[in-house]
Design a protein. Structure first.
Lengths: 292, 89, 385
């Protein structure tokens, strides 16, 4: 055994030269995902950053087939791809629907629900940058309470809690669900490999920090992602056979403030606001721990 | 290129490697080999596939044609061996 | 085999005979029974297709775009609001060059609600880039779907095709039709074999971002394919006649137009009634004819130009209305013919029958060379008794 172990498989399924902003979380997760899945994968993407990042015709940044389509139909297109592959005896090819939080929690929710209901054997991934980032940071139903976006200027107008798409999908009938964070590559890879091995509709929720929308120095993407889990804002868990298991400790948490203060989208929050948010977070985690 | 050169379907298959995103960069990662313990976190977290490790054990190199200078490698380096240096005009 | 068949049964039989690989359905009146017939055939094993129950028409079209990109022959059917909901994906299917074939049981679009037939739904999609065929009878529905696959999947065409049957008038009306044998259809319709399809052995991106630098060129290629489809359809119909002994005079079927003083241009089932009325009027010494637009996209401009320049007076009957100036088909005809001397007639909206009485008034009006737009069956309108 060598001293120098790669933290991830060496094989690359992504080319450099793609169009993501510097420090974007999306390609980090995409790169890890494809390393875990390997080349027998066909992906479909709707509108969003994910449609821009892979490059401009005739260039293309991934080494797997990718099918583009309109905003609200990721689940439906995955169903169609799956059906055709099955018809041609290609059951071993993994179908991945990769969509943002707007494309999943808002405009694509019906189509996703339909695909889960149909029992489509797919890996549906919501890479969550918590707003409509491709159009320039507008509030989505996955935007957290208090965050500044261009349609919730000042952030205070946005007092709703983040839509819990995973809970909806569990009720809808997924066979596997998990939250993934690129700051924890081992956990990330394991969950993707597990999901790949299960037939049926799977839903993965990936946290995807966005330097330009969340307003932080692009060098801190992974640091902020890590803090999201360490503070309990983005718990890492796995859902299977009716049970949810947390895969990273939730009991010993860092203060929420460490996460919030690195991001310009929360800079308007007063100390009292932050304390209030900490209380809400603590309560919700107590509830989660009881459910486990 | 004119319309006759286009494929019958809008398919793209040419690698993005031909796109030099290196000129987006304002700061550049510089590695101090004396500090580097080759944990390859810089390689693992690079969004731009721009940290090159030729073989296990070798020091990471930066593909300056594509590195966008985000600095994640510098933040995630376990030994603080990477500093970000401002590019000249 | 001769069977009693509705238009919808004929359409479903065509899907079976074409051996569609993937079918995605969502119910809507008056298309619904097409989906039901296919469901039943798949369940009984008479049809070897993947059958997808969708949660909307938008998703049905989306699923087929995905399946078609894998290389599958695909089928769905819709009407009215379903077609309108699909609009976005109809555009996408064209740009993605996915040769989906879809019968449309044409119906009015609300509001207020109306479930009956006219051409508003199909006509409203005329700018999407789909090939559009209008059928006069149920045999033609079946035959046209087979021809549509042949043309749509041609490597020089690669465009989706819509086969329009009048809602209820054809979709739910029983006629005697000849359902061809599978062997004959297999000989006529080759397997779908696209030049490009999504394949893990040869990874490519389908439908990624195209900038202003080449967008025009991609759109032009679609326009070019439309042009190519004209000859491909003529050839497909000729071959069809050789195998099955039937043809429809694509793109414009003319009936007693050679020596006519007045010609009515129409599409769909109403053209059948118009032919009967033309026979009656000829017995009274009025020289009238009917030109039936069977192919609406690509529009048969050349054929229409020749026709209009060879007869003294022409009128166009639209079973839809385009808010602007006259009917949509009228506008196309006028533009192709390059003359203002054409009458526009609106009739048969929202399921209103177009009986001989109304058609006689229209023919007489064309003979009198009246111009402008006439709502021919409007209660309280110019033609009301």
């Amino acid at each position: 055994m060598t001293d120098f172990q790669f933290p991830l498989p060496k094989e690359e399924y992504m080319y450099p030269g793609h169009s993501a902003c510097p420090g974007c979380g999306e390609p980090i997760s995409m790169r890890m995902l494809l390393k875990a899945l390997g080349p027998d994968t066909i992906m479909n993407v709707p509108a969003g950053c994910c449609a821009v990042i892979p490059g401009v015709w005739p260039t293309y940044s991934l080494k797997i087939p990718l099918i583009d389509h309109a905003f609200e139909c990721t689940g439906a297109v995955s169903s169609g791809i799956r059906a055709a592959l099955d018809h041609f005896g290609k059951e071993d090819v993994t179908v991945v629907g990769w969509a943002g939080d707007g494309g999943t929690a808002d405009i694509g929710l019906q189509s996703l629900s339909g695909a889960v209901d149909r029992g489509t054997d797919m890996l549906y991934i919501m890479y969550d940058n918590e707003a409509y980032m491709n159009t320039g940071n507008q509030c989505s139903s996955a935007t957290p309470c208090g965050a500044n976006t261009t349609t919730t200027p000042g952030g205070k107008s946005h007092q709703r809690t983040k839509k819990d798409v995973m809970k909806m999908m569990i009720a809808n009938g997924i066979v596997y669900g998990a939250s993934l964070n690129p700051a924890f590559p081992e956990d990330f890879m394991e969950k993707v490999v597990t999901a790949k091995g299960i037939r049926g509709p799977k839903f993965l929720h990936i946290l995807s920090p966005c330097p330009s929308g969340w307003k932080f120095d692009p060098r801190n993407t992974i640091k902020i992602a890590r803090l999201a889990t360490e503070t309990g804002v983005f718990p890492l868990y796995e859902y299977r056979n009716g049970e949810t298991i947390f895969t990273k400790d939730l009991k010993n948490r860092k203060p929420l403030e460490e996460y919030l203060r690195l991001q310009g989208r929360f800079k308007h929050l007063s100390q009292a606001d932050v304390e209030g948010m900490q209380r809400v977070l603590d309560e919700s985690i107590q509830k989660l721990l009881k459910e486990e | 290129m004119n319309y006759r050169d286009l494929p019958s379907m809008p398919v793209a298959a040419q690698s993005t490697e031909s796109i030099t995103t290196g000129d987006w960069r304002t700061i550049r990662p510089v590695l101090n080999k004396d500090l580097c313990d080759r944990c390859y976190h810089c390689w693992a977290f690079c969004p731009d596939v721009s940290v090159i490790v030729e073989e296990e054990g070798s020091f990471p190199k930066v593909d300056l044609n594509h590195c966008k200078g985000c600095g994640i490698c510098s933040t995630e380096c376990s030994k603080q061996a990477i500093t970000m240096v401002r590019e000249d005009l | 085999m001769i069977e009693a068949s509705t238009g919808n049964y004929a359409a479903a039989q065509a899907a079976r005979l074409a051996k569609a690989d993937v079918v995605a359905v969502y119910p809507i009146t008056p298309q619904t029974t097409i989906s039901e017939y296919v469901a039943s055939m798949v369940q009984k094993g008479e049809m070897n297709a993947e059958f997808l129950l969708m949660e909307s028409e938008h998703s049905a079209m989306s699923a087929l775009i995905g399946a078609s990109t894998i290389g599958a022959r695909t089928f769905t059917a819709t009407s009215s609001h379903g077609l309108a909901l699909m609009h976005e994906m109809l555009m996408w299917a064209v740009g993605a060059r996915t040769p989906i074939v879809m019968p449309v049981a044409a119906r009015a679009i609300g509001g207020p609600w109306n479930i009956w037939g006219d051409h508003q739904d199909a006509i409203s999609e005329r700018d999407t880039g789909w090939l559009q065929f209008f059928c006069e009878n149920n045999q033609e529905v079946l035959d046209t779907i087979l021809m549509a696959y042949r043309v749509a999947e041609d490597r020089n065409v690669m465009l989706p095709a819509m086969v329009v049957e009048d809602g209820f008038v054809l979709s739910h009306t029983v006629e005697r039709i000849d359902i061809p044998d599978q062997e004959e259809v297999d000989a006529y319709l080759p397997k779908y074999s696209p030049e490009f399809f999504a394949d893990t052995e040869n990874p490519m991106r389908f439908g990624g971002l195209v900038t202003p630098d080449l967008w025009t060129e991609f759109r032009y290629r679609i326009a070019e394919s439309h042009e190519i489809s004209r000859e491909k359809l003529k050839a497909a119909e000729k071959d069809f006649e050789k195998v099955f002994g039937r043809s429809y005079g694509s793109p414009v079927e003319t009936y007693r137009c050679e020596d006519a003083d007045a010609v009515l241009i129409a599409a769909g089932a109403v053209a059948g009634t118009a032919k009967e009325v033309a026979d009656q009027l000829r017995m009274q010494g009025k020289k009238v004819g009917v030109a039936r637009i069977r192919v609406f996209r690509p529009f048969p401009s050349e054929e229409i130009r020749k026709l209009v320049s060879s007869v003294p007076s022409v009128g166009v009957l639209d079973k839809s209305y385009t808010f602007g100036d006259g009917g949509a088909m009228f506008n196309e005809v006028r533009s192709a013919a390059g003359t203002l001397e054409i009458g526009s007639y609106i009739a048969g909206l929202g399921g209103r029958d177009v009986p001989p009485k109304v058609l006689i008034k229209i023919f007489n009006n064309i003979l009198e060379k009246n111009r402008g737009t006439v709502w021919a069956d409007l209660k309280g309108g110019d033609f009301d008794d």
